[in-house]
Design a protein around this ligand. Structure first.
Ligand SMILES: NC(=O)c1ccc[n+]([C@@H]2O[C@H](COP(=O)([O-])OP(=O)(O)OC[C@H]3O[C@@H](n4cnc5c(N)ncnc54)[C@H](O)[C@@H]3O)[C@@H](O)[C@H]2O)c1
Length: 342
């Protein structure tokens, strides 16, 4: 690499702070600009991490020489930002969910493909180090062929104080968290053929669903995805994801505080996983913060090679189909046939 990749951070709100910290530890990139419709946020990010602050994305593209943009605005603006990137010939990595509608997502993927630009979705749960470990155990054949999975994220943590837009969002926990769990299910077990959703709104203060259970039917396996923001329990495990994968030879369980148990035949191995520390990361966010570092490293590798190997825009259309299909199943009370919107 002759010089660092020059990039801009678009959207400098809640989650973007993790992106900015992670980029700051990577010598392969240089932050040349920040952009947020809220000038205070754009300026605060630029003051702390570098670059010029903008409030208008088009103005940013017109004025800066960029190799890529990192988009962490709220979902309704993702399409506009990606299409601007395509127009100006700039590679892009964009936060999940890709879009609210499949037509928007497809337009984004098509625009980037037509401009022959790398395009990745920041789908980070699979990049948490415990999830990478589970995947390698499955791939080594330690538990045989998976036939059952459960991906579970249940908490009563007040997510609304840091992310006020979730209060008003008609679509809530499925696009906010279940999307990650669907991705884990595909990552560990494979593509579902059908899904069925049961979901509720428990908190009367919000507009969307805050409790959801989705049954995913794969050709040779079943997987339950369940997410809740209303689960009062005595052990605060936010923001941890619990995983169970049962296979023909054994079972993997990721439980509270990253306790991993692997049963393979007569052997049982218990381990308390240690989450890598990056100085700026802290409990309880550390596994997610570390996953941001891992996503961004993957993105740099994609820029180096010109090929997005994981979570490319086009690959993520399948994830969005499942995510939007979960709402279709909820509305119709019927099973959703995966791939119908593709
Ligand atoms: N992967 C994860 O673990 C994770 C966690 C939280 C949020 N997210 C995703 O990150 C994205 C942002 O969520 P958040 O909770 O940080 O929201 P946020 O509201 O805190 O931040 C979004 C920022 O985008 C800015 N913005 C909105 N429209 C804009 C525009 N047209 N131009 C420039 N800036 C604009 C807002 O002013 C705000 O500062 C969402 O897509 C969300 O799903 C991902």
């Amino acid at each position: 690499m002759s010089r660092p990749y020059r990039f801009a951070m678009i959207g400098t709100g809640f989650f973007a702070q993790n992106h900015l910290h992670a980029w700051a530890q990577m010598p392969e990139v240089e932050l040349v600009a920040t952009c947020d419709i809220d000038l205070n946020k754009a300026t605060a990010a630029a003051d702390q991490f570098g670059g010029r602050a903008y409030t208008d994305a088009r103005e940013l593209f017109e004025n800066e020489e960029l190799d890529f943009v990192d988009i962490a605005t709220t979902p309704p603006t993702h399409r506009m930002m990606v299409e601007l990137a395509a127009e100006f010939g700039v590679a892009a990595i964009c936060q999940k969910p890709l879009a609210w509608e499949m037509d928007d997502a497809r337009a984004m993927v098509d625009a980037m493909a037509a401009a022959q630009l790398p395009f990745m979705v920041h789908e980070n749960f699979r990049f948490q180090s415990p999830m990478r470990k589970i995947k390698s155990i499955i791939d080594e054949g330690v538990i045989g062929t998976p036939f059952f999975g459960r991906m579970s994220f249940r908490t009563a943590h007040d997510v609304y104080s840091a992310q006020s837009w979730l209060v008003e969002s008609e679509r809530m926990i499925i696009v906010d968290v279940a999307v990650h769990l669907f991705d884990l299910a595909r990552f560990f077990i494979g593509e579902p053929e059908t899904i069925f959703t049961s979901a509720l709104r428990v908190n009367p203060r919000i507009k969307g669903e805050d409790v959801a259970t989705v049954l995913m039917h794969m050709p040779h396996a079943t997987c339950i995805v369940d997410a809740s923001y209303e689960t009062k329990s005595d052990h605060n495990t936010y923001p941890q994801t619990f995983v169970t994968i049962e296979g023909t030879k054994g079972t993997i369980t990721l439980g509270p505080d990253y306790h991993l148990q692997v049963v393979s035949g007569d052997t049982v191995i218990d381990e308390d996983l240690v989450i890598p520390d990056h100085g700026w990361t802290s409990v309880p966010w550390n596994a997610i913060q570390d996953s941001v570092v891992n996503v961004q490293r993957q993105w740099i590798a994609s820029l180096d090679s010109g090929v997005v190997n994981e979570c490319s825009g086009v690959e993520t259309l399948g994830l969005l189909d499942i995510t939007l299909g979960a709402y279709e199943s909820l509305a119709s009370g019927q099973v959703y046939k995966v791939g119908s919107s593709l």
